[in-house]
Design a protein around this ligand. Structure first.
Ligand code: FPP
Length: 272
């Protein structure tokens, strides 16, 4: 008998198809955010320089992005470089990451177009090297007509800086509209001033390499997200791991501060 679950999207490999069959395609997360961690440790284990881990991380990005697009995930956000990365890592490593990003964008645009993926960015883009900014603008423009998955790269990103910029943007808008006296602030309004105004809040955040931290990533937007931590180091992460994260997500019961289904329907005495 053929069920809905047997319909595996084209392009998934055998292992991915195996995990996909366990998923309910009607309950996919609408937005997954990933903290890509462990490149340095991956390289160290192989007695290689840290940058070799970043280079290997690009293959993980490719696999994850393609699988996400193939299953028709509406939005994927990748934490590529934090604002803190710039300040606290040697200039040589930062320079290498910049070059890697530039080359990735140039090489990947045809694949992004083939998969109908639209590229966006979050973070203080204006602080990045001008040639990298140009390449980023070029790649965004080259994919702007695509209507499938939105791939957002967090570059020079910090959630606290994003909130600071949102408060400033709210004040600027108020100044243009008759002053702070007319300001009415609510959650929707704050959301509209965040870098992520083009996205729904993530339903699922994935972190690799076993660390249990949010590291200043999407602090407002992750308020109700499910958290999935995998021990895999980022360079070893592939599309199949993303699907495993979604399988785990689908086992969870999201309550948004309410009661679970059973308690909500149980008589008062049963809960005492
Ligand atoms: C974290 O590993 C990873 C980064 C700081 C950089 C992520 C960059 C890539 C995956 C490649 C380029 C990205 C794109 C979008 C092309 P870490 O160095 O903090 O690892 P560690 O904690 O083991 O030291």
């Amino acid at each position: 008998m053929t069920t809905l679950h047997d319909k595996v999207p084209a392009g998934l490999d055998r292992k991915e198809a195996e995990v996909y069959r366990r998923l309910d395609p009607r309950r996919l997360p609408q937005h997954i955010a990933i903290i890509m961690d462990g490149n340095g440790r991956w390289a160290k284990r192989r007695h290689m320089p840290r940058v070799a881990g970043h280079r290997a991380g690009v293959a993980a990005v490719r696999s994850t992005v393609e699988t996400a697009a193939r299953i028709h995930l509406p939005a994927l956000t990748l934490y590529a470089f934090s604002e803190e990365n710039w300040k606290k890592r040697p200039a040589s490593e930062v320079g290498f990451l910049m070059g890697l990003l530039s080359r990735y964008l140039k090489a990947e645009v045809p694949t992004l177009n083939k998969n109908n993926i639209r590229l966006e960015y979050i973070g203080r883009q204006h602080e990045l090297p001008p040639d990298v900014q140009e390449r980023m603008d070029w790649a965004r423009d080259a994919t702007a007509g695509n209507s499938g998955m939105v791939l957002t790269l967090a570059l020079n990103y910090s959630a606290r800086s994003e909130l600071v910029d949102a408060f400033q943007s709210i004040m600027d808008a108020a100044a243009r509209n008759g002053g702070a006296g007319h300001l009415r602030i609510d959650e929707d309004m704050v959301s509209r001033h965040l870098y992520t105004r083009h996205l729904p809040d993530p339903d699922l955040v994935v972190r690799t390499s076993g660390e249990m931290r949010l590291s200043n990533f999407l602090l407002w937007q992750l308020a109700y997200a499910e958290i999935y931590v995998t021990p895999a180091l980022w360079p070893d992460f592939r599309g199949v791991h993303l699907l495993e994260g979604i399988a785990e997500y689908q086992k969870r019961e999201r309550r948004y501060g309410g009661l679970n289904h059973h308690d909500a329907h149980a008589p008062e005495t049963a809960k005492a």
